[in-house]
Design a protein around this ligand. Structure first.
Ligand SMILES: [Zn+2]
Length: 177
């Protein structure tokens, strides 16, 4: 069917070319009438047309095969490209995840460090607050300072800073400090 059609087209083309070349007589008439009568009236011309049709078909097959190969190669290339892209994307994603994890870890560590620092500050403040005021006997020879003003049997206490108490030669009480 295809071969016949191709041959027909070739015959038509040839007829048209002949018509044009053949004379200034009636190229239009030849072009119109020949394709219709051509297949029904086999001549030596028909054989030639068949041969050229075969060549055309071979060319067409060759062309088709080439195109198919090219399409296949293109598809393979596209697939390869897609695979490479997928690998690259996976790598990028992995990198991003690792980066995110590292950032999260860093943030966690920073938060932990901050919390620790805060805790330390609080502890220091607490210590300073505790250390801020100590109690010593208001009178007598006691050279101890106490955290508890009711410690021992102090007859009246004075409140002073730990630094000041130490400066004055007081030492911490072993019972309450
Ligand atoms: Zn004490």
């Amino acid at each position: 069917m295809r071969k016949k059609l191709t041959g027909l087209l070739a015959a038509a083309a040839l007829a048209m070319a002949l018509g044009v070349l053949g004379g200034c007589g009636a190229p239009v008439e030849g072009a119109v009438s020949l394709p219709e009568t051509g297949p029904e009236a086999p001549t030596s011309q028909e054989a030639q047309d068949g041969a050229s049709g075969q060549e055309v078909q071979d060319d067409a097959l060759e062309q088709a095969a080439r195109e198919e190969a090219e399409a296949l190669a293109a598809a393979e290339a596209a697939e390869r490209e897609a695979e490479e892209k997928a690998v690259a994307e996976a790598a990028a994603q992995k990198e991003a995840e690792e980066k995110a994890a590292a950032e999260a870890k860093a943030a966690e560590e920073a938060a932990a460090a901050e919390a620790a620092a805060q805790q330390e500050t609080q502890a220091q403040q607490q210590e300073e607050k505790q250390a801020g005021s100590v109690y010593a006997a208001a009178s007598g020879k006691g050279k101890k300072y106490h955290s508890n003003p009711n410690c021992s049997s102090m007859n009246g206490t004075k409140e002073l800073s730990k630094t000041e108490a130490e400066k004055q030669g007081y030492t911490p009480c072993k019972k309450c400090y």
